[in-house]
Design a binder for this molecule. Structure first.
Ligand SMILES: [Zn+2]
Length: 299
């Protein structure tokens, strides 16, 4: 007997969608590639890393529109569409609402393995959203890690380094948890909203060239210094911004700087979601909501 109110057609659609999601979920456990997706979350940041053979990590969860959460409206449907039913790791770059608000729904509604935070977030004033994240995680028995020193994970052949910055930071944006990943010959760097101070700290710690850069602080005038871009010398960069946002991010001076340095810049307000697929042989395939954006190699 059918559930009251549901037609045969809607039950059939539900079954077909479930089969599709489970099929995608199954396929991920056989996929040797590393896939990085920058979601189109308006003004904010959220990216998914799908490691080879099925492990997953979400970095930031975007913000919201008033009381509407990006987590509920964008991320959970997109994750299901990709066949991601579990997030093994959730990383918060810093507790600003355009990065953290959407995580509340994710932590409440999805299966999550561990949450990674920086100990420097605890510096006063301690934001309310951080307390909410910790409260939900504890109530759902999700392990929380507070990092005070860099921490390296090896996830299915991918070297993953979490670096808490900002012991002397004056800007709260520079009290950040950054993520660097290395797979085959490819490196990617996720920078949260760091500004000049954080960029300088990064350059003094390491200046290994990266293939892909998450543009710091949505392309603001206070970030993407020449010294930082020269040190890391990315080939691709992705800036996550809202269409016609009130901050005027990314700033035209910064766009000009990326162009002058020959860095391919993709922006979520124009291209929509951006996905880079990295093969074990070092091939990088780029696609956006608008279509293919090229192929390159990590050398
Ligand atoms: Zn931000």
């Amino acid at each position: 007997m059918l559930v009251k109110g549901l037609s045969k057609r809607s039950v059939l659609i539900g079954v077909l969608l479930s089969i599709l999601i489970l099929r995608r979920c199954y396929d991920r456990y056989w996929d040797p590639n590393l896939i990085i997706t920058f979601f189109d979350v308006g003004q904010g940041d959220s990216a998914l890393i799908q490691f080879p053979f099925g492990k997953t990590m979400l970095i930031d969860g975007g913000g919201g529109w008033g009381k509407l959460s990006v987590g509920e409206r964008v991320l959970i449907p997109e994750l299901l569409r990709l066949g991601v039913l579990r997030l093994d790791h959730v990383v918060l770059s810093h507790p600003d609402s355009d990065h953290a608000f959407g995580l509340l729904e994710i932590l409440q509604k999805m299966e999550v393995g561990q949450v990674w935070l920086s100990s420097y977030f605890q510096k006063p004033p301690r934001p309310r959203i951080l307390q909410d994240i910790e409260h939900i995680s504890k109530s759902r028995k999700i392990k929380i890690n507070h990092l005070i020193n860099p921490y390296q994970l090896q996830i299915n052949g991918v070297s993953t380094l979490l670096t808490p910055l900002g012991i002397d930071a004056h800007s709260k944006n520079d009290r950040a948890l950054l993520l660097g990943i290395e797979f085959s010959k490819c490196r990617a760097l996720f920078t949260g909203d760091i500004e000049q101070g954080g960029e300088l700290e990064m350059v003094t710690r390491s200046s290994k060239k990266v293939h892909l850069l998450k543009v710091p602080h949505h392309g603001s005038l206070t970030s993407s210094t020449r010294q930082f871009l020269k040190a890391f010398s990315p080939r691709w960069a992705v800036v996550s911004v809202g269409f016609k946002n009130s901050y005027r991010h990314p700033r035209k001076e910064i766009l000009h700087r990326y162009r002058l340095m020959g860095i391919n810049l993709l922006r979520t307000d124009f291209h929509g979601a951006v996905r880079l697929t990295l093969s074990p042989e070092g091939k990088v395939s780029c696609e956006t909501y608008l279509g293919d954006c090229g192929v390159s190699r990590c050398d």
